[in-house]
Design a protein around this ligand. Structure first.
Ligand code: UD1
Length: 345
């Protein structure tokens, strides 16, 4: 019998790509999503790629009763990948309680359920934001966690601590936190991709929306950073690589290969690219000139972050296969498809 994986937030950006990767590896998937920042149409996109419609439950994980009722209905879940969370840094500053409730209560309710089980496998979506501006680059998993710049970042740090503390006293709970660097891109089929609501805050969707004419120009937030071209450096990782890493991490849990029942891995390419390099890469793969201007720095931005991926390479036997150009090319294809659909109405 196929193993069954619960993917919370499975209609979101990284979640939906991970559902595809899981199904392609022969896992059965059940998705929980509250549709607060996603669309039911994503289910159709997943089915178009894999020819399999995953099971879907519209549940808000902040409702403890609904979480318990879900697990009563679905008894045979072998593993959980927990993506469901709010992720807008600026919004988290405006509405911290919403972020603490969304990102922490949901995690606690899931873990409370898992604690009662004979064995449980759990993967948590964390972020390189936990490192803040690291003193040394590339960033290894042993770099210290710095004071969070935002309530969003704080929820990732506290989330990791909650899991680590629970694992210490729950030997049957096996967990992995995956610290993503900057996820971008879309499925190469353009059946699924990123769907930012309103004005995108992140670089890649802002670039593609500008190129398609939805935005007048990109603001490059500062060119006076201590980097070769003065703009910030990040590690942009293709969402397809990220999705595959979740499958590999889940297989590690299911195969009981962990050396410790709580482990942490960086997921990045190991390459740093500046904002101007990202623009150049986009112009190269799209053949379009991108209008942009240099503006003030954005508050809270760090100068540079890119991953040391040695641990994921050696322990998970996972390595990013795509580069920034591949990722931006797929994001561009996806944006063009959205544009066509919008025109068709
Ligand atoms: C941000 C969050 C991070 C979160 C990630 C999710 C902060 C401090 N960090 O990362 O916690 O996990 O999103 O993907 O907000 N840029 C521009 N113009 C734009 C948009 C971005 O120049 O219109 C620059 C930024 O200054 C930055 C780079 O592009 O140097 C990447 O920005 P972004 O995509 O927002 O990601 P991060 O800020 O790295």
């Amino acid at each position: 019998m196929n193993k069954k994986i619960l993917v919370t937030g499975g209609l979101g950006f990284i979640g939906s790509h991970t559902v595809v990767a899981l199904q392609e590896k022969g896992f059965d998937v059940v998705i929980i999503d509250n549709l607060s920042n996603s669309s039911l149409e994503v289910l159709g996109g997943i089915a178009q790629i894999t020819k399999i419609s995953p099971e879907f439950e519209k549940i808000d994980l902040r409702e403890k009763g609904a979480v318990n009722a879900f697990f009563d209905k679905y008894q045979g879940i072998d593993g959980i990948i927990h993506f469901a969370a709010s992720k807008a840094v600026g919004e988290s500053v405006q509405n911290p309680l919403l972020y603490y409730e969304n990102n922490l209560n949901t995690l606690i309710y899931l873990l409370q359920h898992l604690k009662q089980k004979e064995t449980a496998n759990f993967i948590f979506s964390s972020s390189c934001t936990v490192y803040g501006q690291a003193d040394e680059l590339p960033i290894t998993e042993s770099a210290p966690v710095k004071k969070a710049e935002s309530p969003y970042g704080n929820t990732k740090q506290i989330g990791e601590e909650i899991i680590a503390d629970t694992c210490k006293v729950t030997s049957q709970l096996n967990a992995i936190s995956l610290r993503y660097f900057n996820p971008i891109g879309a499925h190469p089929s353009a059946h699924i991709g990123e769907l930012p609501i309103g004005t995108p805050q992140n670089l890649a969707p802002f670039i593609t929306q500008t190129a398609v004419g939805k935005r007048e120009k990109l603001s490059v937030f500062g060119n006076d950073y201590p980097t070769p071209d003065g703009t910030c450096i990040r590690d942009y990782i293709h969402v397809m690589d990220l999705a595959r890493a979740h499958v590999v991490a889940m297989e590690r849990l299911l195969d009981k290969e962990q050396t410790n029942n709580y482990e942490v891995f960086n997921l990045g390419t190991g390459e740093g690219n500046s904002v101007l390099e990202a623009i150049q890469a986009f112009e190269k793969v799209s053949g379009k000139k991108l209008p942009y201007e240099i503006t003030e720095r954005r508050e809270g931005d760090i100068t540079a972050a890119y991953a040391d991926t040695t641990k994921a390479n050696e322990v998970l036997k996972w390595k990013a296969e795509y580069n920034i150009e591949d990722a931006l090319k797929s994001a561009w294809k996806w944006q063009q498809k959205l544009e066509e659909e919008e025109k068709k109405g």
